[in-house]
Every structure is written in C-alpha cells, then in structure tokens.
Design a protein. Structure first.
Length: 335
C-alpha cells in the first residue's frame, strides 16, 4: 500500500531556494581560495630554490664545482641534512662575498631574506637535535694546566702542587689519563677553589693562618740569587698573595745541618740579614755566633711584624754580602 505525502507549496519553494543557494556559494568559495593562493605567492622554499638557481648554481654545480662546492642536490627545505654546507652559504651571503663582484647580484632584501631563512632553519634544527660533538674527549685539567688557567684568568700565582695531588702519567705524559674524577679528588678541587676564590676576592676571616716556605737544599747561599737586589747573597724570594690588609708576622729560621748546627756561623763576625717586601728592605737583623755555642737560640729573635696590603707581593730574606777586597797591609819583600 502506497501513501502519498504532500508538502505545502511554501516548503517546496524554500527547498528549491536552498539548493540554488548551495549551487551559487560553492563557486564563490572556490574562487576565493584561488584568489588567496594567488595573492600568497610562491612558498619560501621555492623562493630560496629560485635564489640559489639564479645566483649560486651557475658556478657551484656538479660540472664546475667552484670552491669544491655544488648546490645542485642541496635541498633548502632540509638544511639540517647538510648543516656544514648551509653554514658556509650563510657566511658567504652574510659577508656579501658571494656572489662574486663580477656576477649578477641579488637585491639586499632578497639576500637578507635568504640568510634569515637559512639561519632560522638551522637554529631550529640544532635546537631540535643538539649535537655537542665528541664528548669523550672532554677531560679535566692537570695540575700544570690548572695553575696556568688560574694565572691567566685571575692573575694569581698559585702552587698547584700544594693544592692538588700528583697526576697519573701514561707514556710519559700526565695529561692523557685525567678523565676520571673520584670523590676524593673532587673534594681536593673544591678545597682548592675555595682557597683560590678567597685570594681572588679577598677574605674577611680573622683566624690565624700560617704557611711555611722552605728553601731547596741545593740552592746556593754564597752568591746573589735571581730577583734579589745587588750586593746580597743567598736567602729566598717568593711570590705570595696576601688575602687581606693587616699585620703579618715573619719568622725566619736559619738552615742547619744534620747535627742542628748553623754552619754559616763559624766565625765571630756579624752578618746583616734583610727582610724584603717587593725588593725593598723593611727590616734588618744582625746575626752572630752565640756566646755559648748553642745554635738552637741563634734565630729565636728573627721575627718581624709587617703591615702589608692585600694582594700579590714579593716577600724575601737575604744576607748583605760582605766585601771581597783584601785588607791593606804593607807589602813584604819576597824571601
């Protein structure tokens, strides 16, 4: 059984109007999309390709290979595939060394647009996949390198041998087996850094601190030493960084042999001992042989308190060299 359904006349008209509206709007939308695509112009990738083909590929192709470089197969849409190549292109364009002066030149806006496009693409690729390089070659500094680095960076002359343990050597070199950093060695580096930082920026510590400076046993005490003033002999001169302004006590101890005897006091004549600060005498002592021959008391009074400003200074002690001229006597005839 079939039932007929009748629609009012107005409903038929509205449906027909809707169909007509759909038919009319579809071409309009398509036409708008076409106009928008036409106004947008070529894509950035195609623009960079056209730039390369016009100004670069003429010389940098597979046949000429000018400068050992070909851009025929290079894809500007994927600069991360050949970052070294595109870095060269960016440097040449940024400095305007390419294209060469005798070749057609791009306009400045086109050049800058290409450089900006390549730099932005390379930076984005590097941020997405960072490449630190060969990290297995990273190593710590050995003692000598550490001491030189502190000298160059902070202008401080430190004794790295007193701050850090000796480096292990391999095949005669002490800078090839320094990759490992144990907890004990790390603590030594931290302690050294704390001391060096106090020397570099100054310290407000008021606690008493002392340091012993020894003279090498084979260092001559008969002649003038390097860095000492003229007319002196023996002693020691050292470069020391004082952590803060203040008064410093200098205690001088005379060298002794294995029996505890000061071998330089064999004669009764006195010896003049100078304390030097930056090569200038600041204190003078007279050293002579003790009356009772007890050399343990020979240097008990060799103490000086000096007011020294913070920073590096040369501190030293030395003897005044006695004259070597002969005593004037009446000339005796030969027998």
């Amino acid at each position: 059984m079939t039932a007929a359904v009748w629609l009012p006349a107005g409903r038929k008209i509205s449906l027909a109007g809707l169909a007509a509206a759909l038919l009319l709007t579809a071409p309009l939308r398509l036409s708008g999309q076409q106009n928008k695509a036409a106004s947008a112009g070529p894509s950035p990738v195609s623009s960079q390709r056209q730039f390369l083909d016009r100004y670069c590929v003429t010389c940098h192709n597979d046949r000429l290979m000018t400068g050992g470089l070909s851009l025929i197969q290079a894809d500007p849409a994927k600069p991360s595939a050949q970052p070294e190549l595109w870095e060269k292109v960016v440097r040449k364009l940024r400095t305007s060394t390419m294209p060469p002066p005798n070749a057609p030149q791009p306009s400045e806006p086109d050049r800058l647009a290409t450089v900006k496009w390549l730099e932005t693409s390379l930076d984005a690729a590097s941020a997405a996949r960072p490449d630190p390089g060969r990290t297995e070659t990273l190593r710590r500094l050995n003692r000598t390198e550490y001491q030189n680095a502190i000298r160059d960076l902070l202008a401080l002359d430190i004794d790295a041998a007193s701050l850090l343990p000796a480096d292990e050597s391999g095949h005669g070199f002490d800078n090839v087996t320094v990759g490992d950093l144990s907890a004990t060695l790390l603590n030594r580096y931290i302690a050294a850094a704390q001391k060096i930082s106090r020397l570099a920026v100054g310290s407000i510590q008021t606690s008493l601190q002392g340091e012993l400076i020894n003279i090498p046993a084979d260092l001559t005490q008969e002649d003038q030493l390097p860095g000492m003033p003229m007319g002196t002999r023996g002693g020691v001169m050292t470069h020391y960084t004082f952590p803060q302004d203040g008064e410093y006590d200098i205690q001088i101890m005379l060298a002794r042999n294995l029996e505890g005897i000061v071998s330089g006091l064999r004669e009764a004549r006195p010896h003049q001992l100078l304390v030097l600060l930056d090569r200038e005498p600041v204190k003078e002592f007279t050293v002579r042989k003790t009356a009772n021959g007890d050399d343990t008391q020979a240097d008990k009074d060799l103490k000086a308190r000096l007011k020294i400003s913070a920073g590096p200074h040369n501190i030293g002690v030395t003897f005044v060299k006695a004259g070597s001229s002969l005593v004037d006597t009446i000339r005796q005839p030969a027998e």
